[in-house]
Design a protein around this ligand. Sequence first.
Ligand code: GAR
Length: 196
Amino acid sequence: MLRIAVLVSGGGSNLQAILDAIDSGKLDSVRVELVISSNREAYALKRAESRGIPTMVIDAHDWPGPRERDDKLLEVLNELNPDLIVLAGYMKILPESIVGRFPRKIINIHPSLIPQFCGEGFYGMRVHRAVLEAGETTSGATVHYVDEGVDTGEVLLQEQVPVLKGDTPESLAARVLETEHRILPEVINRLSREVK
Ligand code: GAR
């Protein structure tokens, strides 16, 4: 059984995709142990609660600064000691103290074809806006390991998504999300097969 912690900040549709894949038997040896949100208003928390999954809020506003917040996160993750940490729309950058503690045990989903439109400042809707402004005809989604850099870890799975004429950031985001919801559970499933 692969015990995972899912880190979220917003809507949580990728979390939902994981939960749905567990329900439908596609992720038969995965258990979500804890959902941690950087934002107490995140709808992702409701999704987890309605499934009886333990949640925790480590909201920046509750801590003197990012350092203290991340120390708390490290403490919680150390205690839980999950097999895998999944960043599913987590909008904070993990510090080296956490990344170094869990090498090749943290994965992230990013809404572009890494190495394009990624790194500091590229997250959520900003990515899709930048893709449209650059006049790209193809975008995509990437699942990758998290290392000490920002969106620089080894790519696990990447899929292209077409940019259509007349796309808005919102319409492109929705199309990319459909792919995210497929490839994120697929990678988790693959990793769960590697665990004894
Ligand atoms: C997703 O598109 C995800 O790839 C992106 O935020 C969205 C979260 O949606 N993540 C990043 O931009 C991380 N750099 P969700 O809360 O509905 O899963």
